[in-house]
Design a protein around this ligand. Structure first.
Ligand code: FES
Length: 192
């Protein structure tokens, strides 16, 4: 009798386990793409950086950062072109032009060639004009368009490592590297 009950009990347990085996875990839906979800969560916690690929750690940010880096590179190329400066030796002898430059403080107007600096031309007249480096690297030779107009319209520099565009727009120039491109009046010994 005991053996029969044990056998029935054992069969019942086995049947229960078989049923549980087939139904266990099948009711919970599985996300279709867990990997993408995890990637997006991680991406939202990683700050954007300006590093171009492959150093950009943000997911999906590489393209934008690359575009920014490309833009900066373009600007750098532009500024490098601007910094090359004017080369007076590139003017052929038969293309030299002369402009009337009035030196206001010296009280005279002289002709200055477009391959001669405002400083050199003044010194040739015997005037004691201020200077130091004579290479566009300081402000000692500073001068200004007397009218206060933009000096870009009257001179071009072979080298300018000192004056900003804003200062030049207020008429300032470095007479040691400034070559005339038009006639104008200059006030020597003027700095921003
Ligand atoms: S003397 Fe230095 S910039 Fe002209």
């Amino acid at each position: 009798m005991v053996d029969t009950l044990g056998l029935v009990f054992g069969l019942g347990m086995a049947l229960t386990l078989v049923v549980l085996h087939f139904f266990k875990g099948t009711s919970k839906p599985v996300p279709e793409d867990i990997a993408q979800e995890v990637l997006e969560q991680r991406a939202s916690t990683v700050p954007e950086t300006d590093f171009p690929e492959p150093y950009n750690r943000s997911i999906g940010g590489g393209g934008a950062a690359g575009a920014v880096a490309g833009g900066a590179e373009g600007e750098l190329e532009d500024s490098e072109e601007e910094d090359e400066g004017f080369d007076p030796s590139s003017i052929a002898d038969d293309e030299v032009e002369y402009y009337e430059i009035e030196y206001v403080k010296e009280g005279e107007t002289i002709e200055v060639a477009n391959n001669e600096t405002i400083l050199d031309a003044g010194e040739d007249e015997g005037w004691d004009l201020p200077y130091a480096c004579r290479q566009g690297q300081c402000l000692s030779c500073g001068g200004r368009v007397a009218s206060g107009e933009d000096s870009h319209d009257f001179v071009q520099h072979s080298n300018n490592e000192t004056l900003s565009d804003d200062e030049m727009e207020k008429g300032y120039m470095l007479t040691c590297t400034a070559y005339p491109t038009a006639s104008f009046s200059v006030e020597t010994d003027e700095t921003p």
